[in-house]
Ligand binder design. Structure first.
Ligand SMILES: Cc1cc2nc3c(=O)[nH]c(=O)nc-3n(C[C@H](O)[C@H](O)[C@H](O)COP(=O)(O)OP(=O)(O)OC[C@H]3O[C@@H](n4cnc5c(N)ncnc54)[C@H](O)[C@@H]3O)c2cc1C
Ligand SMILES: NC(=O)c1ccc[n+]([C@@H]2O[C@H](COP(=O)([O-])OP(=O)(O)OC[C@H]3O[C@@H](n4cnc5c(N)ncnc54)[C@H](O)[C@@H]3O)[C@@H](O)[C@H]2O)c1
Length: 448
C-alpha cells in the first residue's frame, strides 16, 4: 500500500515513524513545504529568553533519518492541490519542479496557522508571529537590536506569556494585551490565571486585560506603536499570538469540517473520505470531558493522533483514547497545570458542574523547605465524574495532572478519588494530602 503524508511536523512524524517501524511492508511518501521538521515551538521562548543557549536541540529529527528508515521524503515541497477522486497529490518543489504522487491512503498533517489580526497597519515591518522556527529567529533578531526598547505582545495565551517573559529577560519593556479579563483564559479559571497576571506584573511586565488592539501605528514603513481600545503605546516590536486556526486549505472543499474549520475525524482519525486521514492541529479530536468532538492544538495530541491513524491505516484497528487538553506552563517560578474543563468551558458545553478548592503546603510543616499548592477539582453535578483540574505552585507538581487526566478519561467520580491510595512520605507530601482533603470536602458538600 502507498501512503502519502502531507506535512511532516509532530503529527506527520509520529504517523511516519509508526508505519516505518511497525509496518515496513508499506510505501511511505512524505511531503513538507518547510526546510526543517520536528521543531519544538515550546523551546522558542526558552531560547529567545536565553534560558537555553541555542536552538539546535529543539529539533528531534530530520529528513535524512526518514530516508534511512525507508521513506521517500521531499522537504521544501509544497502540496498545491489534491485530486481526491483520482487519488493524486500535486506538489511543487522549491525550484519549481512539479511532483505528482498517487496514493492508496492519504494522511493530512498540515497543522495550524497563527490567526492574523486584521488591523490597519498590518503590512508594517516589525510585526511578528510565532509558529515556525524561522519566525522565532526573526523575533530573536528583532530583540537583539539594542535600539528596540519596547515590545507589545497581543494575546496573553500560552505563546503570549512565554514570549513576554523571554522579551523581559532580554531587557525589554514589555506590554501584554488580551481581550479577556485575565491571562490564560482558555486554560484556567480567574482565581488561577490571576496568579499568572501578578507573576508577570511582579517581573515588570505591564498587563492590559479587556483591551483590544485596534491599529498598528508606523512611520516609514516600520511599526512604532500600538493603538488599543484604551490607549496608545510605543512599540518597536509587536508579537501577535491570538491563537491558531486549523490549516484546511487542501481539503476544505472536499472533506467534512468542524465548526472551526478543522477536518472532522472519527475516533480512528478518518475523515469523511474513507481513504483520507487527518491528524494533529488540522483535525478534530474527541474530548472525554465533554464527551463530544473538540479542537485543541497541542503537540502532545498531534503525536498521539499520528500513532492512532497510522495503526488504523496499516491494518490494526485502534480507537483513539480521546483527550483532556492537559497542559502546563512555567513562567519565572510559577507553574500552572490543568486538564479538562474550566468553569467557563463547562458552561459553554452545557455541563452543570461543581468544584472544590483546596490550598495547602506540599510537605508537612516540620520540613525545612516548603511550597504552597493551590488545587481546584471540577466535577459534573449530576454524575459527579471529574471533568477538570487546575493546580498552581512554585513547586513542580506537574505530574499530578496526569492522574486527573486519566480520571477524566475513565469517568472516575470525585467520591472515588477521596479514598484513593495515595502514599505518604515527608520528602514528597503530607499524610492528609491536598487531593484527598479536597475530594473529602466535595463529599461533605454533597451531604450538606
Ligand atoms: C511557540 C509555540 C509553543 C508551543 N508550545 C507547546 C507546548 O509546550 N506543548 C504543546 O503540546 N504544544 C505546544 N505548541 C503547539 C504545537 O507546536 C502544535 O500543536 C504542533 O506543532 C502541532 O503539530 P502538527 O504536526 O499537527 O502541525 P504543525 O506543527 O503545524 O505542522 C504542520 C506541517 O505541515 C506542513 N504543511 C502545511 N501545509 C503544507 C502543504 N500544503 N504542503 C506541504 N507541507 C505543508 C507545515 O510546513 C508544517 O511543517 C506550541 C506552538 C508554538 C507555536
Ligand atoms: N505550554 C503549552 O502547552 C503551549 C505553549 C505555547 C503554545 N501552545 C499551544 O499553541 C496554540 C496557540 O497558542 P496561542 O498562545 O496563540 O493561543 P491561546 O489560545 O493560548 O491564546 C490566545 C489568546 O489570545 C487572546 N485573543 C484572541 N483574540 C484576541 C484579540 N483580538 N485581541 C487580544 N487578545 C485576543 C485570547 O483571549 C487568548 O488568551 C494553543 O493551542 C496553545 O495551547 C501550548
Amino acid at each position: 500500500m502507498k501512503i502519502v503524508i502531507i506535512g511532516t511536523n509532530h503529527a506527520g512524524i509520529a504517523a511516519a515513524n509508526t508505519i516505518l517501524e511497525q509496518y515496513p511492508e508499506h510505501e511511505v511518501v512524505m511531503l513538507e513545504r518547510n526546510s526543517n521538521l520536528s521543531y519544538l515551538g515550546c523551546g522558542t521562548a526558552l531560547w529567545v529568553g536565553r534560558q537555553i543557549d541555542d536552538y539546535q536541540g529543539l529539533f528531534y529529527t530530520n529528513d535524512k533519518e526518514f530516508s534511512q528508515k525507508g521513506a521517500r521524503i521531499s522537504i521544501e515541497t509544497e502540496v498545491k492541490s489534491i485530486d481526491f477522486d483520482n487519488k493524486m497529490v500535486h506538489a511543487q518543489t522549491k525550484d519549481g519542479q512539479t511532483i505528482e504522487e498517487s496514493y492508496d491512503k492519504l494522511i493530512l498533517a498540515t497543522g495550524s496557522l497563527p490567526i492574523a489580526p486584521e488591523l490597519p497597519g498590518n503590512d508594517l515591518e516589525g510585526l511578528h508571529f510565532l509558529k515556525l522556527f524561522q519566525e522565532g529567529q526573526a523575533v530573536d533578531k528583532a530583540l537583539a537590536d539594542e535600539s528596540a526598547k519596547t515590545v507589545c505582545v497581543i494575546g496573553a495565551g500560552y505563546i503570549g506569556v512565554e514570549i513576554a517573559e523571554a522579551a523581559q529577560r532580554r531587557g525589554k519593556k514589555v506590554h501584554i494585551f488580551d481581550a479577556e479579563n485575565n491571562s490564560l483564559a482558555n486554560y484556567y479559571d480567574p482565581e488561577f490565571a490571576q496568579l499568572m497576571d501578578r507573576n508577570l506584573e511582579e517581573h515588570g511586565i505591564e498587563t492590559h486585560f479587556g483591551e483590544l488592539a485596534v491599529e498598528y501605528i508606523g512611520e516609514n514603513g516600520k511599526v512604532t506603536g500600538l493603538k488599543t481600545s484604551k490607549g496608545t503605546y510605543e512599540a518597536d516590536v509587536v508579537i501577535n499570538c491570538i491563537g491558531f486556526r486549523a490549516n484546511n486549505d487542501l481539503g476544505k472543499d472536499h472533506l467534512e469540517l468542524f465548526e472551526n474549520g478543522a477536518y472532522l475525524v472519527d475516533r480512528h482519525f478518518k475523515t469523511s473520505d474513507a481513504d483520507v486521514y487527518a491528524i494533529g492541529d488540522c483535525a478534530t479530536n474527541y474530548s472525554n470531558a465533554i464527551q463530544d468532538t473538540t479542537y485543541i492544538a497541542l503537540a502532545s495530541n498531534a503525536v498521539r493522533s499520528g500513532i492512532v491513524a497510522a495503526h488504523n491505516i496499516a491494518g490494526t484497528e485502534l480507537e483513539g483514547a480521546g483527550i483532556q487538553g492537559s497542559n502546563g506552563i512555567n513562567i519565572y517560578d510559577l507553574k500552572l497545570v490543568s486538564t479538562g474543563l474550566t468553569l467557563k468551558a463547562a458552561e459553554k458545553s452545557g455541563i452543570e458542574v461543581e468544584y472544590v478548592d483546596h490550598e495547602d503546603t506540599q510537605f508537612p510543616g516540620f520540613m525545612p523547605e516548603n511550597h504552597k499548592v493551590k488545587l481546584r477539582i471540577t466535577y459534573a453535578k449530576e454524575s459527579r465524574r471529574i471533568v477538570g483540574a487546575q493546580i498552581a505552585s512554585d513547586y513542580d507538581v506537574s505530574l499530578l495532572v496526569h492522574m486527573f487526566s486519566l480520571a477524566i478519561q475513565e469517568e472516575v467520580t470525585i467520591d472515588k478519588l477521596s479514598l484513593l491510595d495515595i502514599f505518604f512520605l515527608p520528602h514528597f507530601n503530607q499524610p492528609y494530602n491536598y487531593i484527598t482533603v479536597a475530594a473529602l470536602k466535595a463529599g461533605k458538600d454533597k451531604k450538606e
